[in-house]
Design a protein around this ligand. Structure first.
Ligand code: GLY
Length: 426
């Protein structure tokens, strides 16, 4: 959180995976109200600024202008971009303007969050290392820390790049080096660089207090710490190409951090292999952006048992591999429309085991012009809970799920959460 640049930039980051874009946009839209609330509770300005982001394009003939514009993405030609931000490099032919992206000063945000938590009498223990999660019968019994043991009803693993030291989930450190310059300033004049500039492997984020955050390298070097001459040289030369004026500005600070990367670069959110442990990790380049939506979805899940359909896309189970192709749920089998047998089994405790539908790949079901190669047909009655039903549906990995229900009353006992447990995008 300290190392980030605080860009709220789903558009500039060019996030294209549909559920991830939806998650990021949801979170970006939560920012105004969330930061207002934090400021009111803490008395500290979290430094949120819906300033838009400018992505200058270098002269490379990559046909940028032919890409379609939208409300979220507007092309500015050389004259327009120079008017909006004077002083850009000569090689810039124009650029994209993302009016709905923005920034937050992540260090101010952290101060504000800590202050808010304290004002709500939430106990925070800093400098404590969690050494192990002690498990008993599929649950976390307690955590073993450098400051003794701590027991709770429910736990959230939100340990970023360090997550795989506690659980076998594929989160790895991806190093980013950054630096901060001080913008020159004449009294009664605006700072020279006013816009967030998002370039090719470089970004410049001007803060309202005159600092200019420059980031960031993306390095697969494990836990190797420190800033390096080559990393900083790389950032500075790209920064100077984008905005030559920075060449003589004062360097104020260097630092580095570790992004929590996952194999598909998507976060890991929601339930875990342990009943009372929840996951909020693997946010990779978007931790600050995704903070409010992560908190909201996790709180709904933990406190209300409500699982937002979006969570299904970020389950840890996408990385768990089946070992037995004929593994089945329940001790039942049913036939699908095409007469293929779907074997279903749940072992007593394995709410999270993965099922494989025994169907032939060449056998395609087409509904409303969409083709499906796997389908799970299930009822609702025998699942011990809605969460178990949801987990087994996710675990099946099926492209389409048909759920047989009797009469559903959304407010009746035992029916709550049924509609939310289904991924309606499938
Ligand atoms: N969000 C930008 C980065 O991770 O460098």
């Amino acid at each position: 959180s300290y190392a980030a640049a605080g860009m709220l930039a789903p558009m500039a980051e060019n996030i294209t995976v549909a559920p991830m874009l939806e998650l990021c946009l949801k979170s970006r839209w939560l920012y105004p109200e969330w930061t207002r609330k934090l400021e009111a509770l803490s008395g500290n300005d979290p430094g949120y600024l819906p300033c838009g982001i400018l992505a200058p394009v270098l002269e490379r003939g990559d046909g940028e202008k032919s890409v379609r514009e939208s409300q979220e993405k507007i092309w500015l030609d050389r004259d327009n971009i120079a008017f909006y931000q004077p002083g850009l490099g000569k090689s810039i032919i124009g650029g994209w303007w993302y009016p709905e992206d923005g920034q937050v000063d992540n260090r101010c945000l952290m101060r504000s969050l800590l202050q808010t938590a304290r004002s709500l009498e939430i106990e925070i223990q800093e400098g404590v290392t969690v050494k192990a999660l002690q498990q008993k019968q599929g649950k976390i019994d307690r955590i073993i820390t450098s400051a003794g043991e701590i027991a709770a009803d429910k736990y959230v693993l939100a340990t970023g790049s360090w997550s795989s030291q506690l659980l076998p989930i594929p989160v790895r450190p991806v190093k980013g080096q950054m630096l901060c310059l001080r913008m020159p300033h004449q009294p009664h004049e605006p700072y020279p660089l006013q816009r967030v500039l998002f370039g090719d492997n470089i970004y410049l984020v001007p803060r309202q207090d005159g600092r200019l955050i420059v980031g960031a390298t993306v390095e697969e070097v494990g836990w190797t710490p420190h800033n390096t001459p080559v990393g900083i040289q790389n950032l500075l030369s790209k920064a100077i190409t984008l905005y030559p004026g920075v060449a003589n500005w004062q360097i104020e600070q260097f630092w580095w951090g570790f992004r929590p990367g996952t194999p598909d670069e998507l976060p890991i959110l929601g339930n875990s292999p342990c009943e009372n442990l929840y996951l909020a990790t693997g946010h990779y380049r978007n931790g600050i952006l995704l903070a409010p939506v992560t908190a909201t979805l996790l709180a709904d899940l933990i406190l209300e048992g409500k699982s937002d359909p979006l969570l299904a896309h970020f389950s840890w189970q996408r990385f768990s591999h089946p070992t037995d192709k004929k593994m089945t749920f329940f001790n039942n089998s049913v036939s699908n429309d095409n007469g293929h047998k779907i074997s279903l089994q749940v072992n007593e405790t394995a709410k999270f085991s993965r099922s494989i539908v025994d169907s032939k790949n060449e056998d395609t079901l087409t509904i409303a012009g969409r083709s499906f190669n796997s389908r799970l047909m299930t009822g609702t009655g025998k699942y011990p809970s809605i969460a178990a039903m949801e987990q087994s549906i996710i675990a099946s990995g099926c492209e389409i799920v048909t759920v047989a229900v009797r009469r559903v009353q959304t407010k009746a006992k035992g029916h709550e959460g049924l509609a939310e447990a289904i991924d309606w995008s499938k």
